[in-house]
Design a protein around this ligand. Structure first.
Ligand SMILES: [Zn+2]
Length: 423
């Protein structure tokens, strides 16, 4: 059993990785914009209502360097933190122009390429990442990793092998406390199609879990086939005995949880996608000149009954429609005493409450089959309400959001649970 590899001293103060991943878990990906939301959610809406209970949080390295009051607050509240080292970003040029990366101590001076990265680079990077994470107060190490690009895949496999071996060797040696180590895997198209290429390598090392961030994944827009392939990849790792954290998946994480994936993360009130190429692309002329607004900066609101994160304008159109608002009411602590008032401003806090509630419902279902039934039921309801929303808004000549992903998610869940039943 690879789970539970850590020093006994640590076990007394740290939640054990095997406990964390023993039931469906959601990890918020915390950014500098989420301080207020997390603070409010932890505190609870009134003195008599308890707040949201966070099992853990993912903090990106570029935010962890700031050591903000929010991160201190999370530590004081006993919320374990996982630092995403963001080393995947080092294969593009973009990080060199992003101010937040300047303070990340292990940031290389130039872009990492398949040819230029050496074994000693790997050893140094693995160690420096862990030193940084230890200093940032991380509860577990998330090992440095590079993308598994289709091109030069053999080189990237070799570089990642070296990084993981070096991380495991450094864990508990000299100035690094021993903590559970989580491997990071960023598969491209070829690796997604061949999970066995990476699983045997992971099993060679004492890792407690695996964090998966595909190079491209868009749960809202991707085809059924692509989502099924991704789910297979995650389940293949899980079946090998390694708990999986599916990173940046938004509400699709519920479908994955129902399929036995241990944990998922996503930012608050974001319709998450994985797209390393877009994160890494060179800044446009417009951005360099400080002008242009890039996509996705608008506020977003998650509506639980629709299992969808909507743009503020779509959400407002639904909430302000008297025939529709009762279909999407939020009975949780975030909205209980104020209805939908200022929901756009409270979007992140509301997201945290709702996601916590959704995962809690899943946890109350003891078996994978019961969890799948629950999510299946929720998605069917979302499809029905989505159809009502579309009809009603169109009748009022208001542009309606798309809910096509709900059908695809139902198909993914149906296909995967049928497979499980047949097995
Ligand atoms: Zn709410």
């Amino acid at each position: 059993m690879p789970v539970g590899y850590y020093d006994r001293r640590m076990a007394e103060t740290l939640p054990r990785a095997s406990d964390l991943f023993s039931q469906p878990t959601y990890l918020p990906r915390v950014t500098r914009r989420d301080g207020r939301a997390i603070e409010d959610a932890l505190a609870g809406p009134t003195l008599f209502d308890s707040g949201v209970k966070l099992d853990a949080a993912v903090v990106e390295a570029t935010y962890a360097v700031e050591d903000s009051p929010l991160l201190k607050r999370l530590r004081e509240s006993g919320v374990p933190q996982l630092v995403d080292p963001q080393t995947l970003r080092f294969t593009g040029k973009r990080f060199l122009t992003v101010a937040q990366f300047e303070r990340v101590p292990y940031r290389p001076a130039t872009r990492i390429t398949a040819d230029s990265f050496t074994p000693s680079d790997a050893d140094a990077l693995a160690r420096e990442v862990m030193l940084f994470e230890q200093h940032a107060g991380a509860s577990w190490y998330l090992a440095a990793a590079l993308p598994y690009y289709d091109q030069d895949l053999q080189s990237w496999l070799r570089h990642n092998d070296r990084l993981l071996a070096a991380s495991c060797a450094a864990n508990g040696a000299t100035d690094l406390d021993r903590k559970p180590l989580i491997a990071q895997v960023a598969p491209g198209r070829r690796l997604l199609a061949q999970p066995e290429l990476v699983i045997n390598r992971l099993l060679d090392h004492p890792v407690s879990a695996v964090d998966v961030q595909p190079l491209t994944l868009d749960p809202i827009k991707d085809s059924i086939e692509k989502l099924v392939q991704y789910a297979h990849f995650l389940r293949a790792i899980g079946d090998a005995g390694l708990p999986v954290i599916a990173s940046r998946v938004g509400a699709f994480g519920l479908v994955l949880s129902a399929l036995g994936v241990a944990a998922f993360d996503s930012g608050l009130a974001q319709a998450e996608t994985c797209n390393l190429a877009s994160l890494n692309r060179a800044p446009s002329q417009r951005e360099l000149e400080g002008g242009g607004k890039t996509g996705g900066s608008g506020r977003r609101i998650y509506l639980e009954q629709l299992k969808t994160t909507l743009s503020e304008s779509h959400a407002t159109a639904i909430i302000e429609n008297r025939a529709l608002r009762s279909h999407v009411a939020c009975p949780l602590g975030c909205c209980r005493h104020r209805g939908f008032e200022n929901l756009a401003q409270r979007g992140r806090q509301h997201y945290l409450w709702v996601r916590d509630h959704e995962v809690d419902l899943l946890r109350k279902r003891p078996s994978e089959g019961m969890r799948a039934d629950l999510v299946y039921e929720q998605l069917r309801t979302a499809r029905e309400i989505g159809a009502v929303v579309t009809r009603t808004l169109r009748a009022d000549a208001v542009e309606a959001p798309s809910f096509e992903h709900i059908d695809r998610w139902i198909a993914v869940l149906a296909r995967e649970t049928m497979l499980a039943a047949a097995a």
